[in-house]
Design a protein around this ligand. Structure first.
Ligand code: ATP
Ligand code: MG
Length: 453
């Protein structure tokens, strides 16, 4: 049964529509508040969102855009008064499926709903088909066949059409930068510049002048005028990486640009209007920073319009093998080598490892192995030590025979294993484990910290 969520602030229209569509055998839920609608939609999947366009707290377009990070396959139909058809057309440009003018013509509504159901079925079938026939899965350069990644691809495709600010979250090495680029290059702004800046790599005052530029004489050393990154990104996209690291004063300035779409160069009186799409990324726990008061709440809400979460690699094991093979091929081609094969033992090591550095660590490991591999097969000894060290099982004779590992590497692996065994035997009780090994509790604590046990 097709599930429809109706969002309409006029209660009479809402109850009328809910009743009619229920009679037509749709499974219908109705709500008069878009914020509540987001909560409902993020908890359970709906096929169609039928929403009023003009609502007091949040427009239907904004509601649609906010659903893209968790329900990208849903089809959205907006309802609007005849006088604001222009807004509805704009909404369609940004990816809304269809618009209907009020008062609604019911026959037309039924036709549009059926069309939307059909279109959605087609999208689903297409995704299934692609999965069957494609040897490589991905979105441009982003590889992944896990369900989460497939959903992220759909999200990217859809949010690219919008103007909304996007916040990309995820541990280091999960592909945040890759996603930011994919969004820009799939957006209507793709022919305009994509300006990237890593906020963490500038000291506070320099970051400010990098972002907003300065006039000649604005400060000592400013011997000529300089355009800021916002100005350079005009018409295109600005990607502010590591946004969790910016100072209070830059936060205030950034908030102003986001609110007013205007900025001032340092030392200037003139303000400039700027048309940029803002994408930000961070691997920090921003909610924690909010609580501690180091990140402004108003800025957080401005940035977090559409959140995109990239899961760590260890949580999507299906992608691991695919990425391994992809990188082996890619790096072999780049180095003009014949494509290597990964031995079963090496593959097993990789699959058992938890990859704290995510895809970046995997890519580096493969690069290392391809170069060290020389021959035609990647064996365990070609893999970085970390991969052996983090193994849950006893370190293998293979590892100790590894001529590339130093004495220190080997003793550390052995020591860590001995500690793990003792802690296990003591059921996690540290002082008990220390007794088993006949070492002091202090030493035990130190080693637990050191090996991250
Ligand atoms: N799904 C993926 N498919 C292919 N390559 C990927 C994927 N995810 C990441 N990579 C590659 O891994 C490396 C790290 O990715 P990226 O720089 O986008 O990570 P990041 O999340 O921005 O990390 P950090 O927080 O450290 O800046 C890049 O070389 C990128 O091309
Ligand atoms: Mg990055």
């Amino acid at each position: 049964m097709t599930k429809i969520l109706i969002v309409e602030d006029d209660r009479n229209t809402l109850s009328g529509l809910t009743e009619i569509l229920t009679q037509e055998n749709y499974s219908v839920e109705g709500i008069d508040n878009p914020t509540e609608a987001i909560k409902i939609l993020s908890k359970e999947p709906f096929d169609i969102l039928l929403t009023d366009l003009k609502m007091p707290k949040m427009s239907g377009l904004e509601l649609y855009e906010r659903t893209l990070s968790f329900a990208p396959e849903m089809k959205t139909i907006v309802m609007t008064a005849y006088s604001s058809v222009k807004d509805a057309v704009e909404a369609m440009k940004r990816g809304v499926y269809e618009y209907m003018t009020k008062p609604l013509d019911l026959d037309e509504l039924f036709i549009v709903l059926e069309k939307a159901v059909g279109a959605q079925k087609l999208v689903r079938e297409n995704v299934a088909l692609k999965k069957q026939v494609q040897a490589t899965y991905g979105f441009g350069k982003i590889i992944g066949k896990s369900e989460v990644m497939q959903r992220i691809f759909t999200t990217i495709e859809k949010v690219a059409k919008t103007q909304s600010t996007i916040l990309i979250r995820g541990e280091s090495g999960t592909g945040k930068e890759l996603v930011a680029r994919a969004i820009h290059y799939n957006s209507p702004r793709s022919a305009k510049p994509l300006v990237e800046i890593s906020c963490a790599s500038f000291p506070e005052n320099l970051l400010e002048s990098e972002l907003f530029g300065y006039e000649k004489g604005a400060f000592t050393g400013a011997d000529r005028q300089k355009k800021g990154r916002f100005e350079l990104a005009h018409g295109g996209t600005i990607f502010l990486d590591e946004i969790g690291d910016i100072s209070e004063s830059v936060q205030v300035k950034l908030l102003r640009v986001l609110q007013e779409r205007q900025f001032t160069r340092l030392g200037a009186t003139e303000t400039f209007d700027v048309d940029v799409r803002v994408i930000t990324a961070t691997n920090r726990d921003l909610e924690d920073a909010l609580e501690k008061g180091t990140f402004r709440e108003d800025l957080y809400y401005r940035l977090n319009v559409i959140p995109v979460f990239l899961p760590p690699l260890r949580d999507r094991r299906e992608d691991l093998k695919l990425l391994l093979e992809y990188f082996v091929k890619k790096i072999s081609v780049e180095n003009k080598l014949s494509t290597l094969v990964i031995s079963e033992a090496a593959m097993k090591l990789c699959l058992d490892y938890n990859w704290p550095g995510n895809v970046r660590e995997l890519e580096n490991a493969v690069e290392n192995a391809v170069v060290l591999g020389e021959g035609s097969i990647i064996e365990p000894e070609h893999l970085p030590f970390g991969i052996h060290r983090k193994r849950k099982n006893a370190p293998s004779a293979d590892f100790f025979a590894n001529t590339g590992a130093t004495f220190k590497d080997k003793t550390e692996v052995a020591e860590k294993f001995i500690l793990e065994q003792a802690i296990k035997e003591a059921n996690g009780n540290k002082s008990e484990a220390a007794k088993i090994l006949d070492i002091s509790l202090r030493t035990m604590r130190y080693k637990i910290k050191r090996y991250n046990l």
